[in-house]
Design a protein around this ligand. Structure first.
Ligand SMILES: Nc1ncnc2c1ncn2[C@@H]1O[C@H](COP(=O)(O)OP(=O)(O)OP(=O)(O)O)[C@@H](O)[C@H]1O
Ligand code: SF4
Ligand SMILES: [Mg+2]
Length: 340
């Protein structure tokens, strides 16, 4: 290895914020049996980087976010193998006291369906100040100043009035801004936003995405953005991880995965995009349904829906992610995929 290659490697290691490697997550069923839901996921996030997490409904995106926040236990799930490295610690199996040092401080979270996440009977001010006071001892006046600063950060006008209002008095976009402000209360190094624009109208979706991009720059923060929408990931993210049936099937820089995907599922997601559809030409769709948790087929999980399937794909073990230049693909025949 040349000196230049070594120093590039060192720089990448030094800027590493989170590294998830070969993570497996299972639900605990009544009776104690384990039902695998993530098998296996790997992901790295560097300082200032925006990573997109994309995949069909049920592919395990939210469970992966919960694993990153150490909240699997609240959903009767457990990480059974692999590692999550953050702040010099392996968090898999870490005690709650360790997670409290990570949650909010290292990694902030805007949960999926967060629009329903605000308490309807408490004012915005009370809820925001509660999340600040969880970690910092402050006087009432200081708490209010900090809450106003957070609302200002997420571009909420008339912030003082809003502190006295209740969630039902706010539009969906404003409530989402409040949720983002709450996640930023401890100025995390990484923000995980799980489908932050779902259930918002198109204009508000754009405003929230623009806000996330600005906050990333202003706070020097990394971002994991979960979305079904490849166009959004392409616009906002530097790299992406594609999930299918509890598995990371492709990962790498956004421009490579959109231009030259090395997994048939990524390719199928790309050609079924509504935003690039040609008028008069039928929209390509991915046939069939993703395999449900607990009913994953033998061999490659994508085989029943894959346009490039071979007989051998239906046998043996699920192919795992392997490097192909700057990309990683979990397709046995990735090399045969046409580079565009
Ligand atoms: N409490 C639970 N018990 C059993 N299965 C569950 C539970 N919660 C989620 N699942 C299943 O786990 C799988 C992964 O769920 P997850 O919420 O991570 O998917 P997702 O990729 O985030 O989907 P979406 O895009 O719809 O949000 C799904 O098949 C889901 O049905
Ligand atoms: S391994 Fe076979 S079935 Fe799976 S994605 Fe590749 S070509 Fe398709
Ligand atoms: Mg989800």
């Amino acid at each position: 290895m040349t000196l230049q290659q070594e120093s590039t490697l060192d720089a990448a290691e030094n800027s590493l914020l989170v590294k998830v490697a070969d993570l497996k997550v299972s639900f605990r069923k009544t009776g104690g049996q384990l039902l695998p839901v993530i098998d296996t996921a790997s992901l790295t996030v560097h300082r200032d980087e925006a990573v997109g997490l994309v995949g069909e409904s049920g592919s395990g995106k939210t469970m992966l976010c919960r694993a990153l926040l150490g909240t699997l236990g609240r959903h009767a799930a457990v990480a059974t193998a692999g590692s999550i490295l953050c702040a010099g610690l392996n968090l898999v199996g870490a005690p709650e006291a360790t997670w409290r040092r990570i949650r909010g401080r290292e990694i902030g979270y805007v949960p999926q369906s967060s629009l329903a996440g605000l308490n309807p009977v408490l004012t915005i001010g009370t809820q925001l100040m509660e999340s600040i006071s969880c970690v910092r001892r402050m006087s009432g006046r200081e708490l209010q100043r900090e809450a106003l600063e957070l609302l200002d950060m997420v571009r909420i006008p008339r912030a003082k009035e809003l502190l006295r209002e209740r969630p039902h008095q706010l539009s969906g976009g404003m409530r989402q801004r409040v949720m983002i402000a709450t996640a930023l209360a401890q100025r995390p190094k990484l923000l995980v936003a799980d489908e932050p624009t779902t259930a918002l109208d198109v204009t508000t979706q754009r405003e929230i995405l623009t806000l996330l991009v600005k906050l990333r720059k202003e706070l020097g923060m990394a971002l994991i953005l979960v979305s079904h929408d490849l166009a959004v990931i392409e616009e906002v993210c530097d790299s992406m991880v594609v999930m299918y049936a509890g598995l990371a099937v492709e990962a790498g820089p956004v421009e490579l995965l959109t231009r030259s995907p090395r997994h048939p599922y990524t390719r199928a997601l790309r050609v079924s995009r509504v935003d690039t559809a040609v008028r008069g030409k039928p929209l390509e769709t991915i046939t069939g349904e993703p395999a449900a948790v607990g009913a994953w087929p033998a061999g490659c999980r994508f085989a029943p829906r894959c346009a490039l399937v071979q007989d051998s794909c239906r046998q043996g073990l699920q192919p795992q992610l392997r490097p192909m230049g700057r990309q990683q693909s979990a397709c046995t025949f990735a090399e045969r995929m046409e580079v565009q």
